[in-house]
Write a protein that binds this ligand. Structure first.
Ligand code: ADE
Length: 419
């Protein structure tokens, strides 16, 4: 059995059933896995992965292992680990896992180091914690690293900042930037799973409720549309003028957070930036307002600032903390401000993670097969791979689309043909 530090190996039987349940909805990853089993494109490659330890991630790990890789996995968030999945990965699939649900900060970083101890040629990140640990504390690993992959918008922002500072010591591929990733995972995955997390934590009725959505990127858009679909009145806050227009033309009210604060029943941040909701906003909120974050890191709500204007704090249900404020109103914070879709629910459904993780698997194959090393910068997955994933997904959905006729192809590349 592989090395591990997990909650309880006895949870493996339950975890295996759940992994198989998700696998049934990951046909593209399944196809890649059967090809990898035959071709072994990752033979002998060490992969350190820091991803949410979910059923979907388990199926990615199985696929990388089928391709011949030697994998170690830790959590990319202390609250998102599914302990049964971690146990089954160790017992049934021979993957080294270092992740325990609700682990503290010290254990979280200890697990990151244990995952790196295999000496990776490829790193796989969701939030860039491996990359930043390697650069700050494990520089001896850099010379063996071919490249890294990054799953999420927040991580890509961090990596682009490192590249701009010329601080990035190995190349990284932004899986997030593939069309078959962000158009679907960020929009439909975050959209639905954020609603799911809020509902599981609170049993809140969205119909007739005023929902404030901070950030109108792909995740914010996805969530806003789904909340509106449930009958909520949606208000969007933005800092980007174009996105502000887009939200307005999509039919939402757009205003600064200071104006939205007294109006909302539910607040969700999906921005990737810090302190989006601050004490000056909390103090204006209605009694009983529900506030949560669905961005990658727990930095979007200023909870320390909130604690300073609170008379008391108590847990009222799992994932729900009541802050009674100096003005006697109370505000409910969900999941300690950590990403609510993975803290209180199960993250994105397998059908959408199928494409995201197809990008991870084919991205790793692409990096290992490169004839010439990439520059130390942030790259995207070649469009050919992105298109291939789209075609495979469409096929598994039983959907056929048209093809350009030779005449139409010619028209698109000529300027002399008449209009
Ligand atoms: N990120 C969001 N949802 C996820 C899931 N179900 N598995 C892994 N990473 C995720």
């Amino acid at each position: 059995m592989a090395n591990y530090d997990i909650a309880d190996i006895k949870l493996a039987t339950e975890g295996k059933k759940r992994i198989e349940w998700a696998d049934a909805n990951m046909p593209v990853v399944q196809k890649i896995r059967s090809r990898f089993t035959k071709e072994k494109p990752l033979k002998g490659i060490n992969i350190s992965a820091c991803l949410h330890v979910t059923t979907e991630t388990a199926n990615l790990m199985r696929t990388l292992k089928a391709g011949g890789a030697n994998c170690a996995l830790c959590a990319s968030n202390p609250l998102s680990t599914q302990d049964g999945v971690a146990a089954s990965l160790v017992r049934d699939y021979g993957i080294a896992v270092y992740a325990i649900n609700a682990e503290n900060k010290k254990t979280y970083y200890k697990h990151i180091h244990q995952t790196l101890d295999i000496g990776p040629q490829i790193t796989m990140d969701d939030g860039a914690d491996l990359v930043s640990t390697i650069h700050s504390e494990r520089q001896e690993l850099i010379e063996d690293i071919i490249a890294g992959t990054e799953e999420t918008t927040t991580g890509v922002i961090r990596l682009r900042a490192m590249a701009a500072d010329e601080a990035l010591a190995f190349p990284v591929v932004a899986v997030n930037d593939s069309k078959t990733k962000h158009f679907f995972d960020n929009r439909y995955g975050t959209g639905q799973s954020t609603l799911d997390g809020i509902i599981r934590a609170t049993n809140h009725l969205f119909a007739g409720s005023t929902v404030v959505v901070a950030g109108y990127g792909w995740c914010g858009r996805g969530f806003a549309v789904r909340a509106a679909g449930m009958g909520a009145h949606v208000i969007v806050t933005e800092v980007d003028a174009v996105k502000g227009i887009e939200a307005a033309m999509d039919g939402f009210r757009v205003m600064p957070m200071a104006k939205a604060a007294p109006l909302g029943d539910v607040f969700v941040t999906l921005t990737g930036d810090i302190n989006v909701i601050r004490p000056e906003h909390f103090i204006k909120m209605k009694n009983g307002a529900i506030v949560c974050n669905s961005g990658h890191f727990n930095v979007e709500l200023d909870i320390e600032g909130l604690a300073k204007i609170a008379r008391s704090v108590r847990t009222v249900r799992p994932f729900v903390e009541e802050y009674r404020l100096l003005n006697r109103r109370c505000v409910f914070i969900l999941g300690e401000g950590r990403l609510i879709n993975l803290a209180a629910a199960e993250g994105h459904p397998a059908i959408v993670m199928d494409m995201s993780f197809a990008n991870q698997a084919l991205g790793a194959e692409y990096l290992v097969g490169l004839k010439k090393p990439l520059e130390n910068d942030v790259h995207v997955i070649p469009e050919k791979i992105d298109d291939l994933i789209a075609k495979m997904k469409l096929e598994t959905m039983g959907i056929k689309i048209d093809r350009l006729t030779p005449e139409q192809k010619q028209y698109l590349v000529s300027w002399e043909m008449g209009t």
